[in-house]
Design a protein. Structure first.
Length: 158
């Protein structure tokens, strides 16, 4: 089963999760960052996994654009979707539903909420100020849920 994991990352959390997921897969998954690779031919893959993170309440535009551009092809693939965000429970589910179009959410065999990180070393002054004010966080914190990543991989491999 040829698998590709396509994602974007701003401060590295989604990159970390995408590579962790690739390591959990029994097959060799190709990992593609939309920030550095623009022309991705997904027709050669049986399974396509798409991931992103939430910043200011929105999924990265490059992920949205990729989905829109490849909607027909994605509808014919085994599909998985994951999201990195700092919320948990209902708020995380709401962000997931807002991030991905219903048509591919319904098609996906696996949905993943992988947690998130605030990495102050990778944020600019304004980003740090916003996180401190909105999230009431004063230093870097990681809430990556490795168990969810493993469970997601198991669903994809079934």
């Amino acid at each position: 089963m040829k698998t590709v994991i396509i994602y974007t990352t701003k401060h590295g959390c989604t990159d970390k999760c995408a590579h962790t997921l690739a390591n959990e897969m029994e097959t060799n998954a190709t990992v593609v960052n939309l920030e550095t690779e623009r022309n991705i031919n997904i027709t050669e893959y049986e399974t396509v996994i798409i991931g992103g993170s939430i910043h200011a309440g929105m999924l990265n535009k490059k992920v949205k654009s990729f989905i829109d551009k490849n909607l027909d092809t994605l509808s014919k693939k085994k599909l998985g979707l994951f999201l990195c965000c700092m919320y948990e429970g209902e708020k995380a589910l709401e962000q997931f539903q807002n991030a991905f179009p219903e048509i591919i959410r319904n098609k996906a065999v696996a949905h993943g909420l992988f947690g998130g990180e605030f990495d102050f070393d990778k944020m600019n002054f304004l980003e740090k100020a916003i996180v401190k004010k909105v999230a009431n966080v004063e230093q870097s914190v990681s809430n990556i849920n490795y168990a969810n990543i493993k469970a997601f991989a198991e669903k994809i491999l079934k």
